[in-house]
Write a protein that binds this ligand. Structure first.
Ligand code: G4F
Length: 358
């Protein structure tokens, strides 16, 4: 009999890539968990919706009854929880909702599995935001939990709860620390996609000899350990299929500033920039040489807007994923340079600018 997999957050980046991966590489039946929303966006699961092994089910992490119902009715072999309020920046504005979905939501899943489907393997999506105010680099799973945002605190609680349920009830329940992972399916509120979309907007304006407004960002000195989400999905599936449950950390083991992402993104679109000024007055402008050649109608490509600073920042994320590489045989395949190119090219194609293939 085909195995059954519940995937929450199925319309988002990770849930949709996991769905595609399992439909392509297994015979499992996938139950994509969705919440009712006024304007559902199924763009990431367009192909999955055509597949008879894929079904949508309504449930909500903030509604324990709905979670219990689907676990009781489906009796899944796996429950992969990718749902949460995942935007760190807004977690200060909606802390309760962030904590409810991110921590209590995990507890509701664990309780439903304990009561109705104790052989179901549960995955809780953890985050490098749990490392927070880091005390050593690169960070590994022994790094203390020092979150800096309501989002990070919710993920830290989810990690403890998953361990408690694993130890108390002998569940195959794992909470994996995922460092930043991006893709063409990334939401526009996250810095990488915000940069990619704005680079494409500016490239189109330059091509059409129109004026443009600069991209506006907050803290460009923060360092992140970025990978492509497709690479992480494979790692998650490996850790869900071991003899015994064990937690892992997935990362590229490289770190880059937001500043570097900006430079590489404009470069991928053929735009050469240079930095001027300091602090909140710093700007990235098109080089005088290229401005002359292209006859551009504006010069500032990016400027700082303090409105995008956070009340507390995680300054430096750099993971050490050695155990995942050695024990699971996992390794990321898409480099940082290619990640930037994939995202920028996809946005350029959307605005009608042709690119080479990545
Ligand atoms: O892209 P971000 O919003 O991602 P962040 O906060 O690192 O969180 C992401 O990664 C976590 C794993 O570490 C996930 F758990 C989480 O769900 C999410 O996927 O911001 C990245 C950095 C931050 O330092 C932020 O301050 O970019 C800086 N930044 C500077 N200007 C900005 C902006 N971030 C956003 N979103 N928008 C800006 O204008």
């Amino acid at each position: 009999m085909n195995k059954k997999v519940i995937i929450s957050g199925v319309t988002g980046q990770d849930g949709s890539y996991m769905t595609d991966y399992l439909l392509q590489n297994t015979n499992h039946e996938i139950y994509g968990m969705i919440r009712r929303t006024a304007k559902p966006d199924y763009s990431n699961i367009k192909e999955a919706l055509e597949n008879p092994r894929f079904k949508l089910v309504y449930a909500d992490l903030t509604d324990s009854q709905s979670i219990e119902n689907i676990v009781r009715e489906i009796n899944p072999d796996y429950f992969l929880n990718f749902a949460s309020q995942s935007f760190v920046g807004v977690s200060w504005q909606i802390p309760e909702q962030t904590f409810d979905a991110g921590a209590m939501g995990v507890l509701r899943c664990l309780e439903a599995i304990r009561k109705f489907s104790p052989n179901c393997r549960f995955y809780s999506a953890g985050s490098s935001e749990e490392m927070g105010d880091v005390v050593y680099t690169p960070q590994d799973l022994n790094h203390p939990i020092r979150p800096r945002s309501p989002y990070g605190a919710a993920k830290a609680a989810a990690r403890h709860l998953t361990k408690v349920y694993r130890d108390s009830y002998n569940l195959y329940a794992v909470h994996c620390i995922l460092y930043n992972h991006e893709s063409e399916r990334r939401g526009e509120e996250f810095v990488t996609q915000k940069i990619a979309k704005n680079v494409a907007r500016i490239a189109k304006a330059i091509k059409n000899k129109e004026t443009f407004k600069p991209l506006e960002l907050g803290n460009i000195e923060a360092k992140r350990d970025w990978s492509h989400a497709k690479d992480f999905i494979k790692g998650v599936w490996l850790m869900m299929n071991q003899e015994k449950p064990k937690e892992y950390l997935l990362s590229s083991d490289e770190t880059h500033t937001i500043r570097e992402f900006v430079e590489k993104a404009f470069k991928a679109a053929g735009i050469e920039g240079a930095w001027h000024g300091n602090g909140i007055n710093e700007e990235y402008s098109i080089t005088t040489k290229q401005a002359g050649e292209l006859d551009v109608q504006a010069s500032v490509l990016m400027k700082i807007n303090p409105k995008f600073y956070r009340p507390a920042e995680v300054d430096l994320l750099l993971g050490d994923s050695t155990p995942a590489r050695e024990e699971l045989g996992w390794k990321p395949e898409i480099s940082f340079d290619n990640l930037v190119k994939c995202m920028v090219y996809s946005c350029l194609n959307e605005v009608g600018i042709e690119t080479e293939k990545t």
